[in-house]
Ligand binder design. Structure first.
Ligand SMILES: [Cu+2]
Length: 157
């Protein structure tokens, strides 16, 4: 009887230890699945684009200005590609965006990165403040819906 109690006690102690061990091991164990789930979560996030260079509000010297875009949730593909979830970058400098029509091709205002480029050098910004809008549009240059866009302002001196 005593032996059985001890045995039960030992099992209980073991269980507690196992649980404690399990608890102690939980944080890393939970991190691993959540990290593994992150790509899924990212895939389920709405698509987005960010102008990562230059910074919003940057003051830059006159001359070629490199603009670098980064996306999530959308795959950048050459113009003409109509696969769902793809598009190509556009930059609109001090211009309007019609979200339902193909982005025009008028250098100086609307620029297409039709070869799936993820960066572009603006060559001719005049001194002063400029608005730069990055827009991801589909294979026929119609902005994705919902819009995938980012806006920054730069000051050229
Ligand atoms: Cu285009």
């Amino acid at each position: 009887m005593i032996r059985r109690i001890l045995a039960v006690g030992a099992v209980a102690a073991f269980s507690v230890t196992a649980c404690t061990g399990g608890d102690a091991g939980d944080p890393p164990a939970e991190e691993a699945p959540s990290q593994a789930a992150e790509p899924q979560d990212a895939a389920m996030e709405p698509a987005s684009v960010s102008i990562v260079v230059p910074e919003d509000g940057a003051v830059v010297d006159q001359g070629p200005l490199l603009v670098v875009m980064e996306v999530t949730g959308v795959t950048i593909a050459p113009a003409g590609t109509m696969d769902p979830g793809t598009g190509h970058h556009h930059l609109i400098v001090d211009g309007e965006v019609d979200w339902t029509l193909p982005i025009p091709n008028d250098p100086g205002v609307h620029y297409h990165m039709g070869l799936a480029q993820t960066e572009f050098t603006l060559e001719d910004l005049t001194p002063g403040e400029h608005q730069i809008v990055a827009v991801v549009a589909d294979g026929v240059h119609i902005p994705l819906n919902p819009p995938v866009a980012d806006t920054i302002t730069v000051v050229v001196r």
